[in-house]
Design a protein around this ligand. Structure first.
Ligand code: SIN
Length: 482
């Protein structure tokens, strides 16, 4: 049996940056479900917010809270914004290269609902990939792939470790401290921008163990996604495109978003996503992202990956416009925790990054605050753990094991049904009737002969639908049609 000081579940930016804070003399294991770059960080395009300086903190806080429909935890937002100055400096000092102008000054960009340019980026439109690669190289601790966690070992308010399938072999991993950094819930939705590994398993275990999830009704949909691909992960067209001046138009070239909000393309993400969804439904017209205002060389240099990816699909950018649809992008809610990542009533278990609900995002996350939240709270959880006294923890025996029932034959069909119902009934526009129908279907599936992993997904889906039913009025990304 393996025993560690600290076990980190997830090798995205949150998991890796927390590992980077922990000295080499601690026995740390970072695990990920598949290969390490199959995580949402890898696919993040636009950038990472950073407060420009102390003077920018109040404005960043107020932008974050306005986008979040004033549902945010203000103290958590202030901590995130203030700490960004220190974490961004740390990441740069360690050697991460963000994009610079020809004089060597860092370039800042803007995305929707930001008052000023305060987003740093790398590789043009490959910020997540560059940061992930950098942190993979910087991490000095053991990283173990193909490790699918299917249970948390909990007794009397303490977590002692996990049970996981490691290269398909059931394995118990014990640790004094376990940090959940497993990301969000993307695979629950038919149309999503997430890595295929992000499938809400750990959220589902938390539901089973009575650990609170919070703000689960606030699922975020990205407005500009190319969904016409056969793969589960749909192709994001970063919000930075609109930040730099791209338009959303219909078949006739009309910039219809001004019918929904005076800020047009730069309204907050929930408003833009809903506007596109509604306009397409009402008019039967297609919506496009139009880049024709950009000069070709500049565009290719600023958005090299998008230019290349869409080139292979037959779109010549910036000349051609691309058809778009909103798609699920990010879980604003998650496993409830405080600003050190601690989970109420649970010793030894912590949560950071998209898996967590710190309260920083409120009802709708401000663009590019996700990579920032991940690094700030990754640092804070590591600091918190390193300040704890060592205890001689005696591990109880955990007999129950689900290894032989992770999957059942019909799971694939049910998963597909679940993804469809999540998209149609717990998606961008919700009705009480639709939510009840979804709840019934989820309940019905739970009572069938299903595997453990599907059961965990269904636990999380139930938490989302129950939160959505409990919030009768619209707020941020939770929109109820009456
Ligand atoms: C994007 O590049 O549009 C995504 C950034 C984010 O999710 O904040």
């Amino acid at each position: 049996m393996q025993k560690y000081d600290i076990l980190i579940i997830g090798a995205g930016i949150a998991g890796l940056y927390s590992a980077m804070q922990i000295p080499k003399d601690k026995k740390v294991l970072v695990v990920c479900k598949d290969i390490p770059w199959e995580c949402n960080t890898f696919y993040a395009q636009g950038g990472m917010v950073t407060a420009l300086d102390e003077d920018d903190v109040p404005l960043h806080v107020s932008d974050t809270i306005s986008a979040g429909a004033f549902h945010n935890d203000k103290e958590a937002v202030e901590i995130m914004s203030r700490t960004s100055i220190e974490t961004t400096k740390d990441i740069i000092d360690r050697g991460m290269e963000f994009d610079k102008d020809s004089d060597g000054n860092i370039l800042y960009t803007k995305e929707a609902a930001h008052s000023v340019e305060r987003i740093i980026h790398a590789g043009g439109d490959a910020t997540g990939r560059y940061m992930h690669y950098f942190m993979m190289v910087e991490n000095t601790h053991q990283l173990q792939k193909n490790t699918l966690v299917y249970d948390l070992l909990i007794e009397n308010g303490r977590c002692y470790g996990v049970k996981a399938s490691v290269n398909y072999k059931p394995t118990t991993i014990l640790a004094d401290h376990i940090i959940i950094a497993s990301g969000g819930v993307g695979s629950l939705y038919e149309y999503n921008t997430n890595s295929r590994t992000v499938s809400a398993d750990i959220h589902g275990i938390c539901v089973e163990k009575g650990i609170a999830l919070k703000d689960m009704e606030f699922m975020q949909f990205h407005p500009t996604v190319f969904v016409d691909t056969p793969y589960a992960r749909k192709l994001l067209l970063t919000e930075a495109l609109r930040g730099e001046g791209a338009w959303v138009v219909d078949d006739d070239g009309k910039r219809f978003l001004f019918d929904y909000d005076d800020r047009g393309e730069l309204a907050s993400r929930d408003i833009v996503a809903r506007g596109i969804f509604d306009y397409k439904q009402k008019t039967g017209k297609q919506a496009y992202l139009d880049f024709s205002m950009f000069e070709a060389d500049w565009f290719e240099q600023r958005f090299p990956n998008i230019t290349r990816t869409f080139g292979t699909l037959g779109y010549q950018l910036p000349r051609d416009r691309v058809p778009i649809s909103p798609a699920f992008h990010y879980a604003n809610g998650g496993i409830a925790c405080d600003t050190n990542g601690c989970i109420d009533g649970m010793d030894g278990l912590y949560v950071i990054g998209e898996a967590s609900r710190t309260g920083v995002h409120g009802a709708n996350r401000l663009a590019s605050n996700s990579l920032l939240e991940a690094v700030v709270f990754a640092k804070r959880v590591a600091d918190y753990i390193l300040n704890q006294k060592d205890e001689n923890i005696q591990t109880p025996k955990f007999e129950k094991d689900y290894a032989n029932i992770l999957h059942q034959k019909s799971d694939k069909i049910y998963k597909q049904q679940l993804r469809r119902v999540m998209w149609e009934d717990i998606g961008i526009i919700r009705t009480t009737k639709g939510l009840h129908e979804a709840k019934n279907l989820i309940y019905d599936m739970k009572n069938r002969n299903i595997g453990r992993l599907l059961e965990l997904r269904l636990n999380t889906a139930s938490a989302i639908v129950d939160s959505a039913l409990a919030r009768k009025e619209s707020l941020g990304s939770h929109y109820m049609e009456h």
